[in-house]
Design a protein around this ligand. Structure first.
Ligand SMILES: *Cc1c(COP(=O)(O)O)cnc(C)c1O
Length: 399
């Protein structure tokens, strides 16, 4: 351990709010799919800052756009117009087929905004139409409303009283949703693909049936694509893959390639309920974040880029299935699509993640026992082989 490591670990232990259980490396810089620590150790980064670094580290056009914008103006508030923000909104509206975009600074804020739009719109139809239904095992953020929307009771404990009007159903269970819904349902909010909860894709037909129920009860369908969007599924929006269009979609993580940003995009009909003064943000959609988003929005939706995600994702999944055949007692199931993949283990995954880290690759474990792979979208098949070889090296110890 170097002097810098020791200093950083000691300062963090003394001064930082202890809410993260971190891996013991101090990261310093990166290039492409590789990250380097302060001691010069190199890691193949298959977490990508938790699905954020979609273009990899230090992607030159992104660095250039951010530097250029920072040299001109970082921030000016939403009391004025900027070309960067207007362009980013226009791109999102065009890509989504929806009508109006709004920018915040994070995923939680994007979901907060979507919830506010849904509540305000439903209120205009019927003041008692306020129920928001989300899925068990979902993850929607850490603010009080979004942690309430998150269908995992352990995130709620100790933070009550929580806002009223949230109910939960098992994901992929259309009968449970049908039973829960009524004319009092304001919105159904789902991750198109569940990420943090363990990488679960929608069952065939599920999202269509959810859409039909929302139409029946005049409820809005909100897709949280904060993790699964921005090309990760092989389509720019994961909902395109399943042929179901939401009324509101939320984005964050990869949207500006690492610069903090969040967005929701909504139909004109729902947007019309929002009047001047109903929502706002100081930082959200500032020219720096939007200049970065514009690079992502000019790059990721290109057919060749998305085709790469689909191709390398299929290869990755096939290799993971191969690993499962080799370690059937250890790997229970391989799930996911594109570059949001999971391998559910029959044991906790943290030690395995640590062992792979020691071999020079950053991978992740979520929900306790699901190895989750949400790498930069620019990874190659060779890099997939490298990471899986490291995993293959450490797995025998756990059999
Ligand atoms: C990460 C995530 C969020 C929260 O985003 P933050 O930027 O951490 O607030 C919300 N929903 C999903 C699906 C996520 O993966």
């Amino acid at each position: 351990m170097s002097e810098i490591d020791e200093k950083v670990f000691a300062e963090d232990a003394a001064d930082y709010l202890p809410v993260f259980s971190r891996y013991k490396i101090v990261l310093d810089h990166g290039e492409g799919a590789y990250a380097y620590d302060v001691d010069g150790n190199k890691y193949l980064d298959f977490l990508g800052g938790i699905a954020v670094n979609v273009l990899g580290h230090a992607y030159a056009p992104l660095v250039e756009a951010i530097s250029r914008q920072a040299g001109k103006m970082i921030h000016c508030s939403n009391l004025y117009y900027t070309e960067a923000q207007a362009d980013a909104a226009a791109k999102l509206v065009k890509l989504s087929g929806l009508d109006r975009a709004f920018f915040g600074n994070s995923g939680a804020e994007a979901n907060e905004g979507a919830i506010k739009v849904a509540r305000k719109y439903a209120h205009s139809l019927d003041p008692e139409k306020s129920q928001i239904i989300t899925a068990l095992g979902s993850f929607h953020g850490r603010t009080i409303a979004t942690l309430t929307a998150t269908g995992q009771p352990h995130y709620h404990e100790g933070f009550g009283p929580l806002p009223a009007g949230f109910d939960y159903v098992p994901y992929n269970d259309i009968d449970a949703l049908a039973q829960m819904m009524s004319e009092k349902t304001c919105a159904v909010m789902l991750e198109t693909i569940q990420g943090e909860g363990g990488v679960y894709t929608p069952a065939p037909g599920y999202l269509e049936q959810v859409r039909a129920l929302c139409d029946k009860y005049h409820a809005l369908l909100i897709f949280d694509e904060i993790q699964a969007g921005i090309g990760r599924s092989g389509k720019f929006f994961a909902y395109e893959k399943y042929g179901v269009k939401p009324d509101i979609v939320t984005l964050a993580k990869g949207l500006a390639g690492g610069v903090p940003i969040g967005a929701f995009i909504t139909t004109e009909e729902a947007a019309a309920a929002m009047k001047p003064g109903d929502h706002g943000t100081t930082f959200g959609g500032n020219p720096l974040a939007c200049a970065a988003a514009n690079v992502v929005l000019d790059t990721v939706p290109q057919p060749a880029f998305l085709k790469h995600v689909e191709k390398v994702g299929s290869y990755f999944k096939a290799q993971l299935l191969g690993l499962q055949q080799k370690y059937p007692a250890l790997i229970k199931e391989v799930r996911g699509t594109g570059l949001i993949l999971g391998a559910e283990l029959t044991r906790p995954g943290r030690d395995i993640v640590n062992d792979v880290l020691a071999k020079g690759a950053i991978i992740n474990c979520t929900a306790g026992n699901v190895l989750r792979f949400i790498p930069p979208l620019i990874i190659t098949e060779q890099q997939v082989d490298d990471v899986l070889a490291k995993l293959d090296d450490v797995l025998p110890k756990y059999c």
